[in-house]
Write a protein that binds this ligand. Sequence first.
Ligand code: NDP
Length: 274
Amino acid sequence: MDRYAVIGHPVKHSRSPRIHALFAAQTGQTLDYDRLESAPEAFTQTVLAFAASGARGCNITVPFKFEAWQMAAHRTARAELAQSANTLRFDAGGWWADNTDGIGLVRDITQNAGVTLAGQRVLLIGAGGAAAGSLGPLIDTQPAEIVVANRSVAKAEALVVRHQDWAAAQGVRLHATDLDHAGEAFDGVINATASSLGGAESPVRAGVLKPGALALDMMYGAAAAGFLAWAETHGAHGRDGLGMLVEQAAEAFTAWRGVRPDTGPVLAQLRTEL
Ligand code: NDP
């Protein structure tokens, strides 16, 4: 049986095995998808051993996405921009890497939530791996402006510098700032920080929200509750990261299996299990 896994540290709470099992059942694919915990210093050996055992590919989660990107011989353009990968395919001619986080985010916003980003002003909060994976696909939707705000402003600046040419080519104004100067009245606010983990509401002021704005936290379940309540209190539409999670998984599944699953029923099923 074709084998896959999600590799991370920690990885035991990952919903990826459940999502891929649902995709496989839906599409009639036969595969096995497991969780692989790796010690922080042992990622390379863990992946090499998994591939050598005959596995076909893997997803990668915190904190190994940068190392995974480095291990691939072939990378998608969006993985290159992100300088990180969450999907590896162990192709015989050299491993192939993609970063599907950003396209998953964009699909959830534009298709599942039905929100148009083209011509809008978007605030991306965070400059870690999730923000890096999301910025290129967000630029592809051609908003009028994207502001990247981060606690460590140097990281936001580095991310912006790396994407500046691509943003200019798409006609998107792109700049970096700290959390206190994020700006006002955005149409879309995306929280790609880990701030919600501590139960915090939002790392930025409520003035960033235009009435009726989309306010999405990449977290889901109890961890996202504070941010979603903050968004609704200030007149925005809150959305958690579960749709993004399912959509990024669907993109990986498609790359591995050549079949695109229908994400709607899987997202609905996961909601009932949260
Ligand atoms: P990283 O560790 O790479 O980055 C963490 C980011 O959060 C940095 O920008 C960091 O700022 C910021 N941060 C951490 N704590 C705080 C705080 N208390 N206040 C303000 N900013 C803070 O993590 P990832 O980027 O990989 O993941 C970020 C979140 O996105 C995670 O919660 C993860 O679960 C979620 N995620 C969800 C996905 C989905 O499919 N739904 C996919 C990928 C990620 P600084 O640089 O200053 O340290």
